[in-house]
Design a protein around this ligand. Structure first.
Ligand SMILES: Nc1nc2c(ncn2[C@@H]2O[C@H](COP(=O)(O)OP(=O)(O)OP(=O)(O)O)[C@@H](O)[C@H]2O)c(=O)[nH]1
Ligand SMILES: [Mg+2]
Length: 310
């Protein structure tokens, strides 16, 4: 019933199904199975970057653009911090509120009980739900900070890294985490001084990946300036990925990575369960605490014992 409504594009059903993934409800696996055949049509855009760079403002303008071209849009705003607080991204909701009454725009903030790994998995499934429900464009906004973002952007067809003219001390962090994952770089707040410097800096750092040279653009999300060029580049990216050899290779890699990570998750669950009831664990904890052996050696002994049982 729920899946049928999702396939018809019903927003309440979508919201309910996404919650099932966030809360890791037993029904989630069934939903995932049933929607899978209907997925693979949407274009998935990741928008990431430092806090306050203007990502939500930019996404709002992107939605407007796509709507004026009659494309339906789904937006997921990922909030790893609300894993702990359960809070929703009120700010994002407000910034994109102008689309609230549009039946072809669905906006949702995401969090998950299952920690960072759980969030990546829930997001992947939420993307599939939006895809199956018929959304043409899916935009995933994340704060570019750590591993969770990297996991999430892996499934995006295009990752837009948003930055601002004056990052100051953050430039180093930016360099470390975000240079590798961007397919398109945007210097937002180009109305502020220093935009040229940032563009030059980024141009010096971008690396071509599998034949795609990431462009560096300027936007003023507040006014919408430059958003048309961003949409153009996204369209170019889409055409690039649609080339037969590239599409096939990418699909192979992504499916392999997803199945592997699901199997790894199951293996780790089984091992951890056995470990929690292992007498050896108690004995080794004591030895480590008495400084008789080190934790690494203890883990190797335990792992050998657990593996032998198979
Ligand atoms: N001057 C200027 N301000 C902007 C621009 N784009 C966004 N802002 C402002 O920057 C602030 C942060 O914008 P958001 O869109 O919430 O930024 P964000 O990256 O989504 O923030 P988080 O989701 O909290 O990380 C808001 O007050 C925006 O009005 C711009 O192009 N120029
Ligand atoms: Mg935001």
């Amino acid at each position: 019933m729920l899946v049928k409504s999702v396939l018809k594009g019903d927003h309440r059903a979508l919201a309910k199904a996404i919650s099932a993934f966030e809360n890791e409800e037993p029904v989630a696996a069934k939903i995932a199975k049933e929607i899978f055949p209907y997925t693979g049509k949407a274009f998935v855009i990741g928008v990431t970057g430092p806090p306050g760079a203007g990502k939500s403002t930019l996404v709002d303008k992107m939605i407007k653009h796509y709507r004026s071209n009659k494309k339906s849009v789904g937006v997921l705003a990922i909030d790893p911090s609300s894993i702990f607080t359960g809070g929703a991204l009120l700010g994002d909701r407000l910034r994109m509120a102008s689309h609230n009454l549009d039946p072809d725009v669905f906006i949702r903030s995401m969090a998950s009980r299952g920690g960072v790994g759980g969030l990546a998995k829930a997001t992947r499934n939420a993307i599939r739900l939006l895809d199956a429900s018929g959304k043409d464009i899916i935009i995933v906004e994340t704060i570019g900070a750590g591993q969770s973002e990297v996991e999430i952007v892996k499934v995006a067809d295009a990752t837009v890294v948003v930055t601002i003219p004056q990052l100051g001390d953050q430039v180093q962090t930016f360099k470390a985490g975000l240079m590798e994952i961007g397919d398109i770089f945007v210097v937002n707040m180009a109305d502020l001084p220093g935009a040229d410097k940032m563009v030059t800096y980024l141009l010096g750092g971008v690396v071509a990946k599998n034949g795609w040279a990431p462009p560096v653009l300027r936007t003023v999300a507040k006014s919408g300036e430059g958003v048309d060029v961003l949409i153009e580049k996204l369209e170019k990216r889409r055409e690039f990925l649609a080339k037969k050899d590239i599409a096939e290779k990418r699909q192979l890699e992504q499916t392999r990575a997803e199945i592997s990570s699901l199997v790894a998750e199951k293996i780790s669950k089984v091992f951890l369960k056995e470990l929690s009831s292992s007498k050896d664990l108690e004995r080794l904890i004591e030895l480590v605490n008495k400084k008789k052996i080190d934790p690494q050696t203890a883990s190797e002994e335990l792992f050998a014992k657990l593996s032998k049982k198979r």
